[in-house]
Design a protein around this ligand. Structure first.
Ligand SMILES: [Zn+2]
Length: 116
């Protein structure tokens, strides 16, 4: 072993890895190792289900404040218009309040116009 496998920097005679300090971590904890670990993790159906169910329930809890009929509009505000979640939420809440006032005045549900 004369030099680092990555950069060729001369290594001490007692070096056992074949890499200098700077490149050992990159070569052994880098993208390839991460990809292999990730592949192994997702290959196990039980663990995959656990991860997916966890992600879905977290997403469901994040949107739980929003009534179903306003979710399409919330999604449009956050995904298409790129408003922050907080800004979109306050806009949706303002819309809900406005619809409630209109309902109290007219007796007509405003949400029925949103249902698609
Ligand atoms: Zn190196």
């Amino acid at each position: 072993m004369n030099g680092c496998k990555t950069c060729g920097k001369p290594l001490s005679r007692v070096n056992r890895t074949g890499w200098c300090r700077q490149h050992y971590a990159a070569a052994n904890n880098g993208g390839e190792k991460w990809a292999n670990d990730n592949r192994a993790r997702w290959a196990d159906p039980a663990q995959r289900d656990r991860i997916v169910i966890g992600l879905r329930s977290a997403a469901a809890q994040r949107i739980a404040w929003c009534p179903l009929e306003y979710r399409a509009e919330y999604r449009r505000l956050t995904r298409t218009k790129h408003y922050s979640a907080a800004a979109a939420r306050s806009m949706i809440e303002a819309t809900i309040a406005q619809h409630m006032r209109a309902y109290l005045r007219t007796g007509k549900l405003q949400q029925t116009r949103l249902a698609a």
